[in-house]
Design a protein around this ligand. Structure first.
Ligand code: ADP
Ligand code: MG
Length: 424
């Protein structure tokens, strides 16, 4: 009882009011409803304000974006924006366009009353409007590597006076796909600058690589016992691969009002699961790399706004994305990369919210499960399904050709009972 008032994740007692930030910034922090810094914000803000290089690791949903946005906006507003003609002062590199847009939004809301100008540049949309805005003067540029290099080569980004480089989702950005881009960009940028890496997961190798890229970086690691945030209760069920769709159908039907994010292994499977759900009259949207950019953005915005409730996604499309009020994350397939388990389940239970994650594990996926549990350093709780429940789940699928009207009558009472039990 006595400790119940203390938020689980947040052990900081200092309030944002107590900080010496510029009043324009404090006003926005207040408007966002942030009262106290999260642990990672509390620990990262002072060294960033002090000019240190930082490698910051903290669980999903712990407010890493504001952990760099707040001090950067404060610094820029106080000292740097008078010289906007000098070009961009801060570059933030991210793996996806969706994340670029989200970070721009966070910066824009925090910088609303300040003079700081923010722009996102990413592929899949026309260049000219981006070039236009760049020419008018931008302080903070949030970019995916591809489009950024395009614009650099066209000479429309002036980065010669850049002071801050931030790499978000750093483990992914420093991994094979992007490392060359990051090295290249570091070669372009002024040597005298501050570099910040932020991530929820990081391996030994990537950590070493990060250190090799900066000088005397301060490491800030919030490492609770569990890699998965406390706000998430996560468990798994063993299901045959061919039966997964029945279990998904059942979960969706049992929680009709819930916002559910479903992860699958490939783009093709995303479409396939969507079709399987359509056959049982469940409408779901998909998001993955094969979709047109404008469709991806539309789907993500509508899901964020809860205009629809069921989204099927691949790993990369949801990395770092902050979607309000996701009730359930379903790992329809286990991820190929163990750390993506943490990123996927981390789409729920964000900020002060709580969330539930359920993973489906087929016989063929048990090796992956082992990898994931090794990464987590502990077993994932298994939800036992009785043979009766398993069969019932299949029997009651809309897809099932049986005369289920009869089955319903037969099982009505038993079914109600067992669901009631589950909900508890
Ligand atoms: P991360 O990058 O660590 O996964 P985000 O930066 O996306 O997390 O933030 C997760 C959520 O927490 C967001 O919805 C954000 O608005 C909220 N948040 C961030 N900082 C605070 C704070 N100090 N108090 C309350 N909520 C916060
Ligand atoms: Mg983040």
């Amino acid at each position: 009882m006595q400790s119940s008032k203390r938020p689980q994740e947040n052990t900081v007692f200092m309030k944002f009011e107590d900080y010496n930030f510029t009043p324009e910034l404090k006003k926005s922090i207040g408007k966002l409803g942030f009262k106290k810094p999260t642990d990672i914000q509390f620990k990262s803000i002072p060294p960033i304000l002090n000019g240190e290089d930082v490698l910051a690791i903290a669980q999903t949903g712990t407010g890493k974006t504001a952990a760099f946005a707040i001090p950067i906006i404060d610094l820029l507003h106080r000292h740097k924006i008078k010289n906007r003609k000098d070009g961009i002062k801060c570059l933030i590199m991210v793996p996806t366009r969706e994340l670029a847009i989200q970070i721009v939004e966070v910066f824009e809301s925090l910088a609303y009353h300040t003079q700081v100008k923010i722009l996102g540049v990413f592929g899949g949309v026309e260049q000219d409007p981006q070039i236009n805005k760049l020419s008018k003067g931008v302080d903070v540029l949030v970019a995916t590597p591809g489009r950024m290099f395009d614009l650099i080569h066209q000479g429309v980004i002036n980065y010669r006076r850049l002071q801050y480089l931030i790499v978000d989702e750093a483990d992914l950005m420093l991994d094979l796909g992007f490392i060359k881009d990051i090295r290249d960009v570091m070669n372009f940028l002024p040597k005298k600058r501050q570099t910040l890496f932020f991530s929820a997961t990081i391996s030994r190798n990537i950590k070493d690589l990060a250190y090799s890229l900066v000088t005397n970086a301060i490491r800030i690691q919030i490492s609770p016992k569990d890699r998965v945030s406390k706000n998430i209760s996560h468990s798994l069920i063993f299901v045959e691969i061919d039966d997964k769709r029945f279990f998904l159908e059942r979960i969706i039907n049992e929680y009709p009002e819930s916002k559910i994010l479903i992860f699958v292994r490939t783009k093709v499977r995303a479409e396939r699961v969507q079709k399987a759900m359509a056959r049982v009259k469940i409408s779901a949207q998909t998001i993955h790399g094969d979709k047109e950019q404008k469709d991806r953005l539309k789907v993500m915005n509508e899901f964020k706004a809860s205009e629809f409730n069921i989204l099927i996604a691949t790993d990369i499309s949801a990395r770092g994305i902050d979607i309000p009020n996701v009730d359930y994350v379903i790992n329809y397939d286990l991820p190929d990369q163990a750390e993506n388990y943490v990123h996927r389940v981390g789409r729920t239970g964000r900020g002060m919210e709580k969330g539930v994650a359920i993973s489906f594990c087929g016989e063929e996926e048990k090796e992956k499960l082992e990898e994931i549990e090794k990464f987590l350093g502990k077993k994932i709780e298994v939800r036992e399904i009785s043979k009766f429940d398993y069969e019932e789940t299949i029997d009651f699928s809309e897809e099932n050709p049986k005369d289920w009207q009869v089955l319903i009558e037969e099982n009505e009472n038993r079914k109600k009972k067992s669901r009631k039990k589950k909900k508890k």
